[in-house]
Design a protein around this ligand. Structure first.
Ligand SMILES: Cc1cc2nc3c(=O)[nH]c(=O)nc-3n(C[C@H](O)[C@H](O)[C@H](O)COP(=O)(O)O)c2cc1C
Length: 352
């Protein structure tokens, strides 16, 4: 099945606009998820069936330690099909308090030799109310974990006024917790392609945001999605603020803003047109996971994400200190069999 994807399906898909392909796949995935037979067929080829590799993290049981990262399933349409692809959970979103149209097209550009996607989505999503309505009416697949990533609405008002920005995050968080939707929540403070960028990665503003979020009654884990293109001093300051504000975990991390980290920077015009996913995130994320463990010990759960294309890549994240891993770009470049391969490798390593 992997050879089929690499030799036939991927070359055809990669001839079309990435966002159009993405939209078609989300629609197909949503459709397939509705039918037991189709879920079983996908599961037959792509689900993990080996020894028990389940893991409990912050009180949540994951069937496998591999999750779909935020940015693929913005509107929570794939919750029923993803378990058949060996995922133990997904991070839905990022969702925002109000719906967002996103940035002007092109919002996604493949850099094939670089094993990367330039992401300029601008948080295109239908908003938190639509997400809650959808998930409230979608049957849950037992054991499949739903994290919800919350970002600030990508519009001028919420972006330029810090108080409005805080209110926006809190509004989404309150609505989700009140509705009981989501097993954990990740606050995305590091979207590089929204108005005014990563405003709340500024330690001063984060110090204002987190206490407001902690006022919302919530007995589920709260995580922070970290920027990876910031100096270590700023990263460490964010960790310290997260520590004092009762944040449970750290997702390391978001897209890379530095085009000089591409293997072939000449494949872009050089002008910043969104953050880079995939290979340019790999080493940076691993290094920050290691440094976070050295800085904060076992204080935080760490979810490692960025540039996982092979089981070895995933194992490198666990070896650096990650409790769970997430991916998107690897699945697009390597195919839907990647997650099962990672699980098989994880089973071998943890058994020995
Ligand atoms: C198309 C796309 C959209 C993304 N949108 C979001 C988002 O809305 N929120 C977020 O926290 N991360 C977003 N990301 C970043 C991913 O969650 C992930 O951190 C990054 O892509 C590195 O992982 P990867 O190399 O496995 O793709 C997006 C990534 C991609 C490729």
């Amino acid at each position: 099945m992997n050879a089929l994807y690499q030799r036939i399906i991927k070359p055809v898909l990669f001839k079309f606009d990435p966002e159009a392909v993405h939209d078609v796949f989300v629609s197909l995935g949503e459709f397939a998820g509705r039918f037991t037979l189709l879920r079983r067929i996908f599961g037959f080829f792509y689900d993990y069936r080996g020894v028990d590799i389940s893991k409990v993290v912050d009180g949540i049981a994951y069937r496998t330690p591999v999750l779909l990262s935020a940015g693929f399933d913005y509107n929570g349409r794939l919750t029923r099909i993803l378990p058949a692809l060996a995922f133990g959970g997904e991070e839905i979103g990022s969702v925002t308090a109000h719906s967002c149209e996103g940035n002007p097209r092109p919002r996604l550009t493949r850099l094939i030799r670089n094993k990367s996607i330039v992401v300029y989505k601008g948080l295109r999503n239908r908003g938190v109310d639509a997400l809650i309505a959808r998930l409230a009416h979608t049957p849950r697949v037992p054991g499949f974990v739903l994290g919800i990533s919350i970002a600030r609405t990508n519009e001028e008002a919420a972006a330029t006024d810090a108080t409005a920005g805080i209110h926006d995050y809190v509004e989404s968080f309150k609505k989700l917790t009140t509705a009981g939707i989501g097993d954990y929540y990740t606050i995305n403070i590091s979207c590089p392609n929204a108005y005014t960028g990563e405003t709340f990665a500024d330690p001063k503003l984060l110090t204002e945001l987190l206490p407001r979020l902690r006022e919302v009654p919530c007995d589920k884990p709260l995580y922070l999605k970290m920027p990876i293109s910031v100096p270590w001093e700023q990263f460490a300051a964010i960790l310290d603020i997260a520590d004092t504000n009762g944040v449970h975990g750290i997702v390391i991390g978001n897209l890379n803003k530095n085009y000089r980290d591409l293997a072939y920077p000449e494949d872009t015009s050089g002008e910043f047109r969104g953050g880079l996913s995939g290979a340019p995130c790999f080493a940076l994320s691993n290094e920050l996971i290691r440094k976070t463990r050295a800085h904060s010990g076992k204080r935080f759960t760490i979810i490692g994400v960025g540039g996982i294309f092979t089981p070895d890549d995933a194992m490198a994240k666990f070896a650096a200190g990650a409790d769970l891993v997430q991916l998107i770009t690897g699945m697009i470049f390597e195919g839907p069999g990647l997650m099962k391969q990672i699980c098989e490798r994880y089973a071998e390593e943890t058994a020995s």
